[in-house]
Design a protein around this ligand. Structure first.
Ligand SMILES: NC(=O)c1ccc[n+]([C@@H]2O[C@H](COP(=O)([O-])OP(=O)(O)OC[C@H]3O[C@@H](n4cnc5c(N)ncnc54)[C@H](OP(=O)(O)O)[C@@H]3O)[C@@H](O)[C@H]2O)c1
Length: 274
């Protein structure tokens, strides 16, 4: 099926690896020119080159640290200068530390909100005026199922995610009249560098081997495995396309039906055995 994305211009934050790189690759494969940003310039350039070679599309690599408003503005403005329009914004760059409430520091909470929530706010602030001017656009926010499913070890990401979900539905209400739509995809565990880092932190906190910590998530998912970045990317591409034009304020849990509470039970069992 042709998604109708040929000739569109897209921005993907955190597009140098993981889910963001997969999204940029799928959008390019579907015919979009894409601007990606991240902090590590070399990896960003390499990823852009690979996607451009594979798709034949124009891929801009614009270094940015989205915890800084000036970098977010430069990313959006530079991409707009090159493309002359922005049809799609995918807010994806995010990470927040795991940990339990009595151990998380002020700095951990600050970190959680600075990128995962405020990074999205910043890119939206600078992109929406362009979308309004051109008569419409589509926004897809990569959030996370911690925002609506409880997990005591992931309360900092959970808070940032819940804020992002509320932002998504609030803006959907405000900008419908401008033909700008907002959707959110809430991934569960997905095999990326970020997931590997989280598993290492879980293993450290619960003093269990990496393999044991890594097995907790599949046990909490009826499908018995975690997602691949590409699976998530196809979901995002559909939501970003004209095929999903009537989806607004739509939030999709993309987590294989994960029961977070089950994952917590697994952790309690580990604690008891220790
Ligand atoms: N993987 C999962 O299991 C999972 C589950 C639920 C939700 N999510 C969400 O899905 C999104 C993507 O996750 P992922 O697992 O693909 O992450 P990842 O593998 O850690 O990739 C993150 C990307 O964001 C960039 N980035 C990090 N900090 C940045 C900053 N300050 N400014 C600009 N770019 C920055 C990274 O490049 P640099 O480091 O070079 O900047 C990289 O390109 C995140 O919002 C995450 O919260 C992931």
């Amino acid at each position: 099926m042709d998604l109708g994305l040929k000739g569109k211009y897209a921005l993907v934050t955190g597009g140098s690896e993981g889910i963001g790189a997969a999204i940029a690759a799928v959008l390019a494969h579907e015919g979009c020119d894409v601007a990606i940003c991240a902090r590590r310039e070399r990896l960003l350039q390499e990823t852009a080159r690979k996607i451009a070679d594979a798709s034949g599309r124009r891929i801009l690599a614009i270094p940015a640290d989205l915890t800084k408003a000036a970098d977010a503005k430069n990313f959006v403005d530079s991409a707009h200068r090159e493309f002359s329009r922005i049809d799609i914004l995918v807010n994806n760059a995010g990470s927040a530390p795991g940990g339990v409430i009595e151990e998380l520091t002020e700095q951990d909470w600050e970190l959680a909100l600075q990128l995962k929530f405020m990074g999205y706010v910043r890119c939206l602030r600078y992109t929406l005026p362009y979308m309004r001017q051109q008569g419409g656009g589509r926004v897809v926010n990569l959030i996370g199922n911690d925002g609506n499913k409880h997990s005591y070890w992931e309360i900092a990401p959970g808070a940032a995610n819940a804020a992002g979900q509320n932002l998504t539905i609030s803006l959907a209400g405000q900008y419908g009249k401008d033909n700008i739509t907002f959707c959110a995809v809430n991934p569960g565990p997905t095999r990326t560098e970020r997931w590997n880092r989280l598993v290492r932190a879980m293993a450290r906190d619960w003093k269990v081997p990496y393999e044991k910590a890594d097995a907790l998530a599949p046990d909490s998912i009826p499908l018995g495995r975690i997602a691949t970045p590409e699976e998530c990317a196809y979901m995002v591409a559909v939501l970003a396309s004209p095929m999903a034009a009537f989806a607004n304020g739509t939030m999709i849990d993309f987590d294989g039906g994960q029961e977070k509470a089950l994952m917590d039970v697994g952790r309690d069992e580990i604690f008891q055995k220790e």
